[in-house]
Design a protein around this ligand. Structure first.
Ligand code: ATP
Ligand code: MG
Length: 366
């Protein structure tokens, strides 16, 4: 199901204007400065939004470094293509894991490269960043994220909870005292959150998302056919053919080439979509349990709001075919898929930067 807003709320790249409930004055004096940026530093992808220019950068959160000299060989999509295609001393890694920084130095180098690319050398001032942050991050993880952004060249950093940014980016009227349930299925984490009056009132973050879907496909092929495939291949199979539900198309054959575990030789393999559905059932089930946990414990008033408004799915995982039907059948609630799930957080961060929203600031440093 596609999320349909009433004509007056029509989703658009023009930031929606709401009367804010929370005072967040610090951003407003800066909004005229065009070198300020909204950033979604995700486990899989980093996106940057520049006011008046829209999304100016969308790159894989990947960096390739020479381990002896510690110099970056490639950053972003180019580095991602090197994954599984290099040998020592070049190491390809993703410095953000499960929504938080796993390698501080590499994150800082990668972010610095992205910020410079986004600014295209046109700005002499260091930018001020509104940066999405996992709502499950600890204070130490938030400090590390802020510090990495400052070291990467930011003048000032404001962190906002990703579900809040995503809800704003999607166009949900979260500043009203009504509950909204948003599920952000990213690469590393699935964040299920209830957002009300611009704040996260309850949330659950689990390390089960797109990467686990890829791994589930790899594990299935290895166990069933003794064939191993790489992460990039698994991801591309998931994106092209993955499904969360039964459908008539599940018999469609999918051809691939992997390595036979026994012989070590290349092996051609044909599977069907139904098998992919089976392979993905375990991580999907864990996402379902997380959602049910939240629904069971929230206040009945919020449940009433959510029953009226439905559940909003966002993040790249929301693009998995049939995931809306899967969650709808599980919860018997209306389920909507964001119009632009990969962009929700960065658009929300950008709209906050422009001063059209004043959500709760979860961390601020200059
Ligand atoms: N059409 C698709 N079908 C299924 N999965 C998809 C599709 N397109 C992208 N994805 C998956 O979405 C994930 C990336 O989503 P997203 O960019 O929202 O994650 P992220 O923000 O980097 O991660 P996180 O929020 O966990 O830090 C990847 O695992 C990718 O394989
Ligand atoms: Mg994300």
């Amino acid at each position: 199901m596609t999320y349909a807003l009433s004509p007056s709320e029509e989703w658009s790249r023009t930031p929606p204007k709401h009367t804010s409930l929370l005072g967040w004055k610090s951003v407003r004096p800066f909004r005229h400065l065009s070198n300020d940026l909204g950033v979604d530093l995700g486990t899989s992808n980093t996106l940057i939004y520049s006011p008046h220019q829209d999304i100016v950068l969308q790159e894989s959160s990947t960096i390739a470094i020479h381990q002896w000299t510690h110099t970056p060989i490639a950053v972003g999509n180019t580095a991602r293509q090197l994954h599984g295609r290099t040998s020592a001393p070049v190491r390809v890694c993703r410095p953000v894991r499960n929504g938080v920084i796993a390698d501080f130095n590499l994150t800082q180098v990668m972010l610095q490269s992205f910020i410079r690319k986004a600014q295209q050398g046109t700005h002499i001032f260091r930018p001020r960043l509104v940066l999405g942050c996992s709502c499950g991050a600890t204070d130490i993880e938030r400090e590390a994220l802020t510090e990495a952004a400052l070291e990467a060249g930011a003048r000032e950093v404001v962190l906002v909870d990703e579900p809040v940014a995503a809800a704003i980016g999607v166009g949900l009227p979260i500043d009203k005292p009504k509950g909204n349930l948003i599920i952000d299925i990213g690469g590393g984490t699935t964040e299920t959150a209830i957002v009300c009056s611009s704040q996260v009132v309850d949330s659950q973050v689990i390390p089960i998302a797109g990467d686990r879907f890829n791994q589930a496909i790899i594990d299935y092929l290895r166990q069933t056919y003794q064939v191993t495939i790489g992460e990039l291949t698994a991801e591309s199979i998931k994106i092209q053919y993955g499904t969360a539900t039964d459908s008539a198309a599940n018999d469609a054959p999918i051809e691939m080439v992997g390595i036979n575990v026994g012989s070590g030789l290349p092996q051609r393999l044909v599977i069907n979509r139904g098998e992919l559905r089976d392979a993905l059932s375990s991580p999907l089930h864990q996402i379902a349990i997380s959602l049910l946990n939240i629904l069971e414990r929230i206040n009945p008033e919020l449940v009433t709001d959510i029953a009226e408004r439905g559940i909003m799915l966002t993040g790249g995982g929301a693009l998995l075919v049939g995931i809306d039907t899967y969650i709808q059948e599980l919860t018997h609630l209306p389920v909507h898929v964001a119009q632009d799930p990969l962009h929700s957080v960065v658009l929300g961060a950008g709209y906050i930067l422009q001063g059209n929203h004043e959500p709760q600031v979860v961390f601020k440093a200059a």
